[in-house]
Write a new protein. Structure first.
Length: 397
C-alpha cells in the first residue's frame, strides 16, 4: 500500500489516509456563521476522499478576524451551522478539524479578490462587531496598517480564554481536530518574532519569553480539548523577515509544544509583515518540505508538509523519505477536489472506483469499459500508416 494511503492514528483518531485539506480563507460567513458555501466548499473534499479536512481560519474573537466574513467560534450560535458541515463530512468517511486563530495586528483586511489591503480604523470601528488590532507591541504589520494596541496582562488573559472557549465550542460541534494557528504573522506569531515583539516583560526579550504565550494557549487548549482528540499547531517555520523567527527557533518551539500536548506541527512559513523588504521564501515545488523534515527529525514530533505539493508521486516521495507524516493541499485541491481519488489510481491503490462515493463510483465504473475501448480505437487509428485517398495512376507505356 502506498504511504499516502496508509492509515495514521493520532490519539483516538485514525485517519483513512495521509491527505489533508489545508485551511483556505473563503470570506463567506455571515457574522461568523457558516453558510451553504462552507457546506459545499468543505463537503466536496470529503466526497473527494481526503482523510482530514481543515476549516479556514476561524476567529476566536470578533476583533481577531482576518476579514469581515470570516468564520468564527466566539459565540454559541456559531456551533450549529458548523456541526451540519461536520456531520456531512463524517458521513462521507472523512475527519474534519477547525483551525482556531486570532489575527492580532493583521486583523481587518479585504478579501484577495478585492485587493487584500488593510481596512482603515474608521471602517473597522463602524462594523456591526467593531474590531481592534492587538499585538505584543505597537508596531504596525507594514505600510497601510495601523499600529496595534499592545496587550496588557488582562488582554493576554482574555486572548487565552477566547482560544479555550472556542475549543469547547469546537468539541460541541463535533470536530475531530483543533489546529492552533501560530503562524502567518497573526497574534501568537507576532509574540514569537523579535521583529514584532519589543516587550520588556515576561512575554518579551528572550526566545523563551516570546514562546510563553504559544505554550500557555497550547496547554490550556489541550486541557479543554478531549484527551482522545488530536491537537495540531501551525507554525511559520521562518517568519519571512530579516533576523526574525527562524527554523532553529521553530525546532525548539515544536519540542515545547509537544510537551504541552500538541500532536502534529503543520509547517508553513512567512507572513509576519506586509513590507516589501521582508525576506521572502523562494517558492517552488515542495518549498516548505525541508522545514517539515527538520522539525520532524529534531523535535521528534509528527509533521504536516504543505506548499506546492501538486501530484501523487511527489506526495508519496515526501512520505517515503520520512520528511512528513501528512500531506496538506490547498490550491491544488481547489483545482481538483477529487485529488485523493486520482492519486489512489495513479499509485495503484484503487485500480477501479472502490474509494469513490458509491453514488459516483457506480457511474464511473459503468463508463470505464466504453471509455477504454474508445481510447484504444483512437490510439490504433493514430498508429495506422496514412494511405493515399486514390490509387496511384500507373505510368503510360
Amino acid at each position: 500500500m502506498p504511504f499516502l494511503f496508509q492509515p495514521l492514528t493520532l490519539r483516538g483518531l485514525t485517519l483513512a489516509n495521509r491527505i489533508v485539506i489545508s485551511p483556505m480563507c473563503q470570506h463567506a460567513a455571515e457574522r461568523g456563521h457558516a453558510t451553504p458555501w462552507h457546506m459545499v466548499h468543505l463537503g466536496k473534499f470529503a466526497l473527494g476522499g481526503a482523510g482530514l479536512i481543515l476549516t479556514e481560519s476561524t476567529a476566536v474573537d470578533p476583533r481577531g478576524r482576518i476579514g469581515t466574513a470570516d468564520l468564527g467560534l466566539w459565540k454559541d450560535s456559531q456551533i450549529a451551522p458548523l456541526k451540519a458541515v461536520v456531520d456531512f463530512v463524517h458521513a462521507q468517511g472523512s475527519a474534519i478539524g477547525v483551525q482556531l486563530a486570532h489575527a492580532g495586528r493583521k486583523a481587518g483586511s479585504q478579501p484577495l479578490w478585492e485587493g487584500g489591503a488593510a481596512l482603515g480604523d474608521a471602517r473597522m470601528a463602524s462594523d456591526d462587531e467593531p474590531w481592534e488590532r492587538l499585538g505584543p507591541s505597537p508596531l504596525a504589520a507594514g505600510p497601510g496598517w495601523s499600529a496595534p494596541r499592545a496587550l496588557d496582562a488582562e488582554g493576554i488573559a482574555s486572548a487565552v480564554a477566547h482560544f479555550v472557549d472556542a475549543t469547547v465550542r469546537a468539541d460541541q460541534a463535533g470536530f475531530d481536530v483543533v489546529e492552533l494557528h501560530f503562524g502567518h504573522g497573526y497574534l501568537v506569531a507576532s509574540f514569537l518574532s523579535p521583529n514584532a515583539n519589543h516587550r520588556d516583560d515576561a512575554l518579551g526579550g528572550s526566545r523563551d519569553n516570546r514562546m510563553a504565550l504559544a505554550q500557555e494557549i497550547a496547554r490550556r487548549v489541550r486541557a479543554a480539548w478531549p484527551a482522545h482528540k488530536p491537537l495540531f499547531a501551525r507554525l511559520s517555520a521562518v517568519d519571512g523577515t530579516l533576523d526574525g523567527w527562524n527554523l532553529d527557533d521553530s525546532v525548539v518551539l515544536a519540542r515545547e509544544l509537544k510537551r504541552c500536548g500538541v500532536d502534529v506541527i503543520d509547517c508553513s512559513s512567512g507572513g509576519l509583515t506586509e513590507e516589501t523588504r521582508a525576506l521572502p521564501v523562494p517558492r517552488g515545488l515542495g518549498f516548505q518540505v525541508p522545514f517539515s523534515e527538520r522539525i520532524r527529525r529534531e523535535a521528534q514530533v509528527p509533521t504536516q508538509a504543505v506548499g506546492m505539493i501538486v501530484d501523487a508521486r511527489q506526495a508519496e516521495a515526501v512520505l517515503a523519505a520520512g520528511q512528513a507524516d501528512l500531506i496538506a493541499l490547498g490550491r491544488e485541491a481547489l483545482f481538483d477536489p477529487y485529488w485523493a481519488h486520482h492519486a489512489a489510481a495513479a499509485l495503484g491503490a484503487d485500480p477501479g472506483y472502490a474509494r469513490w462515493p458509491e453514488r459516483h463510483g457506480v457511474w464511473l465504473a459503468k463508463r470505464a469499459p466504453g471509455l477504454a475501448r474508445a481510447r484504444a480505437e483512437a490510439a490504433a487509428a493514430s498508429a495506422e500508416p496514412s494511405l493515399p485517398s486514390e490509387p496511384s495512376q500507373a505510368p503510360h507505356p
